[in-house]
Design a protein around this ligand. Sequence first.
Ligand SMILES: O=C(O)CCC(=O)C(=O)O
Length: 266
Amino acid sequence: MVFNHQLIPSYLMFNTCNAFARVLPLKTLPVKTVCNVLRCLSNATSNRDQLSVTTNVYTSYLDSNSQQTLDLIKDSFKVIDDFVTEDEEQSLFKEIEPYVKRLRYETSHWDDAIHEYRETERSKWTQENQRIIDRVRNTAFPAGVAPIRSVHVLDLAKTGVIKAHVDAVRFCGDTIAGISLLSSSVMRLADETDNTVFVDALIKRRSLYIMSGIARYKFTHEILGQQMSVFKGQAIPRDRRISVICRNQPDYSQREDMNDNNYQIR
Ligand SMILES: O=C(O)CCC(=O)C(=O)O
């Protein structure tokens, strides 16, 4: 499949492991803001449904079927509950809703990566909301790290799911930080080399998660659908969920894989 970045009138693309797979024609945006997501979809979720998560509890928001994996990931995946107040949630929603409500929920994409979502990106916010975005960035990114100016807004319907993928290294740096509005959810981080080994993270409404390092590069992440939305044996009801996600610029000088053609393949 021939893929010309200069012609992409959208901002988010998922790959299959071999080819670019998804282009969302929502909005024409500068190429440099494109976040290319490498999807390492597998039959992952269904294969893992049977596994019951044993409670090797490390933190209140992480649970895993492998203590070793939990130990490995705990420093690279953090959740800060109540990162935004109810008023701040409302304020963000008020700014996002008029735009997203004009979009259709995409029911299913041909590569099956994501179901029932709509999305956009914003680089201009009201003063009040910009303060929230700045707080996310200041919390998530170390000093000197350059954020991607555009903020990714992903609106997932109550019945929507995001399947397992790794954000591609080409367009996003080592840190992904997301606020969750309107609904709690469970994010599953599965070992890229063995998806039966995973860590579940409870992502509460109004929390901020920060994914970096090993969690960002070596684990897939997904938002579990309604049926699977369980944390430590307790159902976590899913509703419509809007995530507001900040990423940092990739550091090309640090990444050897920028120089070969294999960056898409995992
Ligand atoms: O909605 C989220 O918090 C996660 C979104 C996601 O997986 C992505 O944009 O790569």
